[in-house]
Ligand binder design. Structure first.
Ligand code: KDO
Length: 336
């Protein structure tokens, strides 16, 4: 072996070793961070997608180098509605879960899936940040093995149709294939509105509207904009039927592994994220109607009282209402 070859071999071996060391220490740093996987069906342009960046940034600031926050949008990690089970199994740390997801395991929570119960976003925050929230979230933690960190306002749901139709009362929605997320709690709401509820995952709604598999869908207006449903629909019926919320929750496995200081910071980060979402969404909802009009959609006002009466009666007579704790509806109504 020439001196030169010998030198080259030694040099290559040394570099490889340095590289190996380097990647080992890189991996060690990555490993020392607590991984927080987030999964949501939200589209990138919607406020409850963007709020996760606020969460991540708040945590990076309060606890530098302690967390590896991984945000997965568009249901790319878990299918819509499967997040609570994934969290309970320990395959997912965080998500923003709906009242409908919770109602499957905590039946009394179905009171928040009923139309025309929560009055407005301020009412929603008072309910969930007060004693009712504290009591119910305790049951959620016990039955679902997740801890709710904050409540985000998803918006007020409206009916959005692919063809223009005269809609004044629920009877006018008869035969309309109204897409709802795929669970019996959601389908019940669609039927209570007078429509033929048709289950479909959020990610398939745009195509469903375009191809005519469904005649309409319901969502808050900022989502109709962010997911571009206005491109494939012609009418918004302002039913205001559900002041919807999503609950930022963490699996108890992940929560219990945190130090008390980390738990405090995580809660603060989730509250900052919800606040960012709520402020922006409320502001957008107040001015968004003009956008849809400019896009050529008809924005119509039905007889909201007729919808309210009919939806409330349908729920009152249903099995859902049978498990609502005595007095809860009154307590909600009296929350101001
Ligand atoms: C929807 O599928 O209509 C819905 O609005 C239901 C919500 O609970 C939530 O899952 C939301 O979609 C997604 O986050 C997408 O915005």
């Amino acid at each position: 072996m020439t001196n030169l070859t010998h030198f080259r071999r030694k040099f290559l071996a040394a570099s490889a070793c340095a590289l190996a060391l380097c990647s080992v220490s890189g991996a060690a740093i990555a490993q020392s961070k607590t991984v927080l996987r987030i999964s949501t069906p939200a589209v990138p342009d919607d406020w409850h997608a963007k709020m996760w960046t606020v969460f991540k940034e708040a945590l990076d600031k309060s606890d530098p180098n302690q967390f590896d926050v991984q945000i997965n949008l568009n249901a790319s990690l878990f299918k819509q509605g499967t997040e609570p089970a994934a969290m309970a199994r320990g395959n997912l740390e965080l998500s923003a879960i709906s009242a409908f997801d919770i109602a499957k395991l905590v039946p009394e929570f179905s009171i928040f899936t009923a139309g025309y119960v929560v009055r407005d976003p301020a009412h929603q925050q008072k309910i969930f940040n007060g004693p009712i929230g504290t009591e119910l979230f305790k049951t959620v933690a016990e039955k679902m093995d997740v801890t709710v960190l904050s409540t985000a306002y998803l918006g007020t749901r409206q009916v959005n149709l692919s063809e223009v139709r005269a809609v004044k009362t629920p009877a006018d929605l008869k035969g309309v294939k109204l897409r709802m997320p795929a669970s019996k709690e959601w389908l019940f709401l669609g039927e209570a509105l007078g429509a033929t509820a048709t289950p479909l995952a959020f990610g398939e709604v745009y195509l469903g509207l375009k191809t005519g598999t469904i005649d309409g869908q319901d969502n808050p207006l900022p989502t109709v904009r962010a997911a571009k449903f206005y491109e494939v629909t012609k009418q918004l019926v302002m039913t205001n039927h559900l002041v919807d919320g999503i609950f930022i929750a963490i699996s108890n496995k992940a929560w219990n592994a945190l130090t008390p200081a980390q738990q405090t910071h995580l809660k603060a980060a989730a509250q900052a994220a919800a606040q960012y979402n709520n402020d922006n969404r409320i502001k957008e909802e107040a001015q968004i109607v003009d956008f849809f009009k400019q896009q050529g959609l008809q924005v119509t006002t039905p007889d909201v009282e007729a919808f309210r009466k009919s939806v409330q009666n349908t729920y009152a007579k249903s099995d859902y209402a049978k498990v609502w704790p005595a007095g809860l509806l009154e307590r909600i109504n009296n929350t101001r």
